[in-house]
Ligand binder design. Sequence first.
Ligand code: PDD
Length: 294
Amino acid sequence: MSRIIYLNGELTASNAARIDVDDRGFLFGDGVYEAIRVIDGAFVEGPPHMERLALGMEGVELSADAASIVSELTDAAGRVLESNDLMSGDALVYMQVTRGAAPRTHQFPTGGVRPTTYVSATRFAPPSAMQERGASAITHPDLRWRRCDLKTVNLLPNVLAKQPPHAAGAAEALLVRDGVVTEGSHTNVFAVLRGVVRTHPCTNDILPGITRANVLRLARTEGLRVDERPILVAELMEADEVFITGTTTDVMPVTWIDGRPAGSGEPGPIARMLLEKYLTDISGSRSVVATIPV
Ligand code: PDD
């Protein structure tokens, strides 16, 4: 179904929009992106998402002027939401910046090539039923590069990891590097071990999830003990509870891993409590799209 999207300064129908075949996003995956939840026309945690996008652009040396691109995309998001009648209810905004279109060379193009800027928005259905009953997951080798902290559009390892659980009717791949669970294919991973909420620290091996940060803050506020330390796969299988977090996932209890029950095999009390606190928090912490500081 066609929808209105923003591409390089213009609002246009998605099925009429044209990306140059020389675009470096298309040829090399040379770009960065964000996915932001929107409730009633306002970004959930807008400033940290836009800050991560700016840091990503700097991280891959994509633009000398990340701030002006961030402000262009912020403004475009408001226009796209309005054009698609998404100013009320739940929506998801996707934004992407690539290094632009230029004859194919591995090194950066010269001569002031303009980055390609793209924003789309779709209706979002919160995964409430799965949160209620818990999700299944499958472990998978983490075959990604060593800058997983950058949210680049190079998602092939994530795509390949997500397919086996999807085909098996499971919700997520839990990525394992050197015996450690780094994160999910599009989520961060938490475990509750002897009452302590554990998650991988923010190193180059994981994306610093905005939801992850929020959930850690809420856990601390609730007086829970929190430890940002790698979780071994063996520990995951012994955990009292496992859950994943992300923009499209909120807090999702994981109740089966590799065909075995995780924890009690039911959503655990800490995951449920954090989900409830998180949902309350995001309905109160929204920032109006048009006034996000950059
Ligand atoms: N992905 N880890 C990875 C690899 C991710 O791709 C994501 C989000 C997360 C969670 O981050 P956050 O809480 O900021 O959404 C962790 C988005 C939703 C996506 O690719 O669509």
